[in-house]
Design a protein around this ligand. Sequence first.
Ligand SMILES: *[C@@H]1O[C@H](CO)[C@@H](O)[C@H](O)[C@H]1NC(C)=O
Ligand SMILES: *[C@@H]1O[C@H](CO)[C@@H](O)[C@H](O)[C@H]1NC(C)=O
Ligand SMILES: *[C@@H]1O[C@H](CO)[C@@H](O)[C@H](O)[C@H]1NC(C)=O
Ligand SMILES: *[C@@H]1O[C@H](CO)[C@@H](O)[C@H](O)[C@H]1NC(C)=O
Length: 560
Amino acid sequence: MMLEYSAYIILLIQIVLIHESTASLFSDECLRHGLKSYYDPTTDSCWIVETTPFTYDQAKSHCNHMPGYDGHLAFPKTLNHSWILYTKLGAPDSWIGLQHFGSSTTVSNKSEWYWTYPDGRKEIAADALWKGSYPTTGECAMSSGNNVNSLYSTACTAIPAKFICQYDSSTAHHETTLEHKCKQQNQWFWWNDDKSCLLLDTLMRYPLYAQLMCTHIPGYRGHLVFIKTIEKMNALNAFRNAAVSPYYFWTGLNRDKNMTSGKAGLFWRRFDGYKEGFNLNAFLPGQTSHLDTPGADNMFSWTDYFEDWYDAGWAWTLCEYEETLRYAPTLLDIQCASLSLPHLYYQGSCYVRQESSVTYDVAKKFCTHIDGFNGRLAVLHNSELVRLMYFTLTLPTGGADSTHVGLERLNTTGAADTGYYWILGNGQTLPVTDFTPFYPGHPNGKICTILSNYYLTTYECTYQRPFICEYVEPTKGTHFRINANTANMKAIPQFILKVYDDLTLQESCGYQCTKEPDCRSIVYNEKTRNCLLQSVDSNMLYVKSANIVSAPGYTWYDRY
Ligand SMILES: *[C@@H]1O[C@H](CO)[C@@H](O)[C@H](O)[C@H]1NC(C)=O
Ligand SMILES: *[C@@H]1O[C@H](CO)[C@@H](O)[C@H](O)[C@H]1NC(C)=O
Ligand SMILES: *[C@@H]1O[C@H](CO)[C@@H](O)[C@H](O)[C@H]1NC(C)=O
Ligand SMILES: *[C@@H]1O[C@H](CO)[C@@H](O)[C@H](O)[C@H]1NC(C)=O
């Protein structure tokens, strides 16, 4: 029912969008973009000045802000165009779509200059209206600083400048909901070849945690970016360079463990866990170094190459959302994504970090960021969750490294390390059974608990600290999702919590799992009716594939 309703809403939005783009005239739409736009009837195109200063390469990939049309840096081919740029748009000394291809010593050869599109297509521009003796130096072109003659050349990396985008009415297309959403946001980047929207998160994270952040657009499954063409690599490089102090970003490219050569075993990890093999030599035959450290099996991208790095490497996160990877988002999923505080939507919970330093009792009352989802201080009942909070919400945000979480000593009659319970909310509690996330010497009898780095420590409740709240899907932990990628596999014995020998149904196996807080997945063998409850899920196995062993006949289901 919920799903049908969402589909209906999406359909409604699409109808409204389609209606909008056909019902209004292109010229009106163009002028709606403000004072700095001009509709040119001779070429039936819309010219828009972008005033954020960029270098040429950055500018080239930023003509994507007119929803429903593909843009490129402007092609002022006639004298009247120069006049328009100068008088109508007030845009002298701005980048245009004219570029030199050849040796940098032959810039003066006008036959080597081309009108260029962001996807690499180009048209010869031998008769471009150059000013005076230009082109002289530099391989990129700008509009003239005066009204008279028109274009001149300069270095592409010269001081960042304004740029002029041109949108041709012939490129009109019915845009999808994702495209529309993406183009409305200045910091998001639409990559038309893959019909995908890209978002750059400039906090530093380890790759395992970086991939978990890709939940920005509810309704579209995100993954670390896939880069399978040179055009995309160049465009993303320019996109990244538009940020302050550009840095490396993680891609979805990984290497199988224990390879003997750096370029072997490369694959793209898809959102559903499947691997897609990747032949680097076919893609970048020129890349000879940078991928030479098997063991450092995560790849980031820099200018025109991939580089490998270890699990404990820092980089930015570039998430990609594809039109085809749709799902019906839950209300909590949507509300979580809309929060401006640091947050993480993970396995049916939305975790939110609140920076205000308060006592435990105050913190407990202020898990009110989202209504109606059993707001509580975070319940982090195993080491994975404790590390997850530290490496996603604490370390990257630069906040204080200790926070209140929802663990209390409710029964003080026994030994100092007894009587501790996770506070689940609605009067429910969960006794602590897993002490591995505690710092040595803890719990020590103090009533309240603080997450300190990636350990739990017990303290006086009067300590003032920031806190982490958790909002929970009503169905959290009661569903199981088959993970085909780990079929015929089970966890190694250390991660098996319980074994049932004769459960007639996979559903009964799942039911046993829901009764164990630490149960993260099950494997079930239909023939032998053997059921194993495991404390790992396939997401965690992502980097720790040594934790699974072959087990023919078993099917793996993750709990969520
Ligand atoms: C350029 O074209 C516009 C109409 O698009 C016209 O109003 C203007 O007079 C023309 N300018 C020149 C210099 O030809
Ligand atoms: C200019 O470039 C064109 C195209 O590459 C080439 O055919 C021509 O020979 C060049 N002219 C000179 C004078 O080098
Ligand atoms: C409190 O702890 C003591 C000692 O471990 C135990 O005997 C007692 O039953 C506990 N009380 C409750 C209410 O659980
Ligand atoms: C990789 O090699 C190490 C050391 O030889 C070994 O312990 C580990 O199990 C291997 N991992 C896989 C996935 O084969």
